[in-house]
Design a protein around this ligand. Structure first.
Ligand code: SAM
Length: 330
């Protein structure tokens, strides 16, 4: 069978099973089954598939039609221009999560401008945490953008942590990310980076390496980023089958309503940020109303909501007020 016919048949099979993005899925599975490039696929649609290629391709099409996500069949997903290995142990990185990286880079640059400091393009001296790292997509994207920053990737699932670490090795940034099994920030107190534990009188303009440790020996951050589980268990039945049946429940569900984890995440972030430090959270499609009020406190300033390309409030970001020294809260 030639490539063109195989592609058409695959698309038709997926369409009959009501598979979303049928054309793209069939194309990606054909590329995967034949190890060809997209260019060669379209430059030579007349090429005949080997019997083994054809078998591999149609078996992948069958599994996709039965609801297995394309990314679990190919084992990969692109995020921030980087290729991530994904398994059923991690959430498949979503394009809307790239807005978190944009907002993070934007807010760091703005803060430098406000402080009349020259832009810290390399991230030198910055401490960053990604809470719930999953595949590691956020931590690794930030590591590539800010090559001199120290990054902590925190994750409660040991299986996900392994995937994240593997991705960091493949993408050449494993030396700059600390991977920690941790329920929110709890794993950090045992992983203090050593150094001087003082925040007495620390103002926003005096946040140097000396003020990177809390009085309990844990790390203090310049930036905390998180895409926490935010789907409500009450919404589970409305999820697409490939999500509900194939992605890890711990990565999806934040509680019965979905937004339950944010209050604790925000409270712990406050305790783990330097004064003037930045918090960036991804929001579920309907979580803004429940989450934004949690930042309605003198402890937080410059609260901002950023919409995604679909116009949905997707990123909530804020800064810890300079008057709020963390050791007052611990
Ligand atoms: C929505 S996924 C995000 C994964 C990845 N950061 C991304 O954006 O694709 C949420 C992640 O948080 C992890 N997680 C859930 N509860 C957690 C907790 N209490 N502490 C740390 N990580 C948690 C899950 O295992 C999952 O990997």
């Amino acid at each position: 069978m030639d490539i063109r016919t195989a592609l058409k048949l695959g698309i038709a099979q997926l369409r009959a099973a009501n598979t979303p993005s049928d054309t793209l899925a069939a194309e990606l599975l054909l590329l995967h089954a034949t190890s060809r490039t997209r260019t060669s696929l379209y430059a030579h649609p007349e090429y005949a598939l080997a019997e083994s290629e054809s078998q591999r391709y149609f078996s992948l099409i069958e599994r996709r039609a039965a609801g297995v996500p394309t990314q679990h069949l190919t084992g990969k997903q692109e995020f921030w221009g980087l290729e991530f290995r994904v398994t059923p142990d991690v959430l498949i990185p979503r394009p809307e999560t790239e807005h978190l990286i944009e907002v993070a880079l934007d807010r760091l640059a703005l803060r430098d401008l406000r402080r009349k400091e020259s832009p810290n393009m390399s991230g030198e001296g910055l401490f960053i945490a990604d809470v719930g790292t999953g595949s590691g997509c956020i931590a690794i994207a930030l590591a590539t953008e800010l090559p001199a920053a120290s990054i902590y990737a925190l994750e409660v699932s040991p299986a996900a942590l392994k995937v994240a670490e593997g991705n960091a090795v493949r993408l050449g940034v494993v030396d700059r990310i600390h991977f920690l099994e941790s329920d929110l920030f709890s794993g950090l107190s045992t992983a203090g980076a050593g150094g001087v534990a003082t925040l007495e009188g620390a103002g926003c303009l005096r946040q140097t390496r000396e003020s990177r440790i809390t009085n309990q020996g844990s790390v203090l951050f310049d930036l905390i980023v998180s895409n926490p589980p935010y789907v409500g268990r009450s919404e589970a039945a409305a999820l697409a089958r490939e999500v509900r049946e194939h992605e890890p429940a711990i990565a999806l569900f934040g509680g019965e309503e979905g937004y339950e984890l944010y209050a604790e995440l925000i409270a712990q972030s406050l305790a783990h940020l330097k004064p003037g430090g930045i918090l960036i959270l991804e929001l579920g499609h309907n979580s803004r109303a429940a989450v934004e009020p949690l930042l309605d406190s003198p402890a937080w300033t410059n609260v901002r909501v950023t919409n995604d390309l679909a116009g949905i409030a997707r990123v909530l970001s804020s800064e810890k007020a300079c008057e709020f020294a963390s050791n007052a809260l611990l």
